[in-house]
Design a protein around this ligand. Structure first.
Ligand code: FMN
Length: 218
């Protein structure tokens, strides 16, 4: 069994193929908090998942602003520079929002769940109303109709009534609304560790095994 480093406890090794055979779609939309999507992708890839990544145009812009991503360069290269181990894991497949004919746009492509992290209010609105005008929103729509896990990580503050109503609507349709509200009871010492308190919950709701930090009283 291959081993990898635990990102929170670097001294501890863990199996990195625990989610082998799982296929997860991760979308990064144009809300602040690109790091949530990037760390989720890292956790999925490094536990053996096949990951399909969808970047919205605005998502690329925020990634560039917040994390130094170069939209003209390969996103895989960016992930490697960020420290994602692509040498000993399955390389992710990258799609832009215009690639509407891609696999996840069809219900006949079976995957094990999708997350939008971060999820902008615009994308939330599209999901809540079934406005499937690009690969990202279409893939969300398909996940809902196929009853596959869909985790939305909506980022805005404060939330207005329209945002709240859209979250309620998406939740009633089957989405998990998982706002990026970190926890502090494990005493995270870095931004990455703080972000991973949220990523751990996303992994839980996608049904993926992980070892991101400790669990309360376990
Ligand atoms: C730096 C930056 C940060 C942004 N942060 C947010 C945010 O936190 N939440 C949000 O809903 N929109 C945010 N926006 C606006 C969205 O990018 C914009 O509404 C866009 O149309 C969303 O498109 P998408 O959902 O297709 O990615 C931000 C834009 C920029 C440039």
């Amino acid at each position: 069994m291959k081993t990898g480093q635990n990102s929170i406890n670097p001294g501890i090794t863990k199996p990195n193929i625990i989610n082998q055979g799982k296929i997860i779609v991760v979308a990064i939309s144009g809300a602040s908090g690109s790091i949530y999507g990037v760390r989720l992708i890292k956790a999925l890839i490094e536990t053996g998942c096949r990951v399909l990544i969808i970047l919205s145009h605005a998502g690329q812009k925020v990634l560039a602003h917040e994390m130094g991503y170069d939209p003209k360069a390969s996103f895989c290269l960016f992930l490697e520079q960020y420290g994602v181990d692509l040498d000993s894991n399955i390389a992710p497949e990258i799609f832009l929002q215009d690639e509407i004919a891609s696999a996840s746009a069809s219900g006949s492509f079976v995957h094990h769940g999708m997350a939008v992290a971060p999820c902008s209010m615009k994308t939330l609105s599209a999901v809540a109303s079934g406005y499937a005008d690009n690969l990202l929103t279409r893939s969300c729509d398909v996940s809902l109709k196929e009853k596959r896990p869909l985790v939305l990580v909506p980022r805005e503050t404060p939330f207005g009534l329209i945002h709240l109503e859209n979250m309620s609507r998406a939740a009633m349709a089957g989405a998990v609304i998982l706002p990026p509200i970190p926890s502090f009871y494990t005493f995270p010492q870095t931004i990455e560790a703080l972000v991973d308190t949220v990523v751990a919950r996303i992994m839980d709701h996608l049904g993926m095994v992980h070892d991101l930090g400790t669990r309360w009283k376990s």
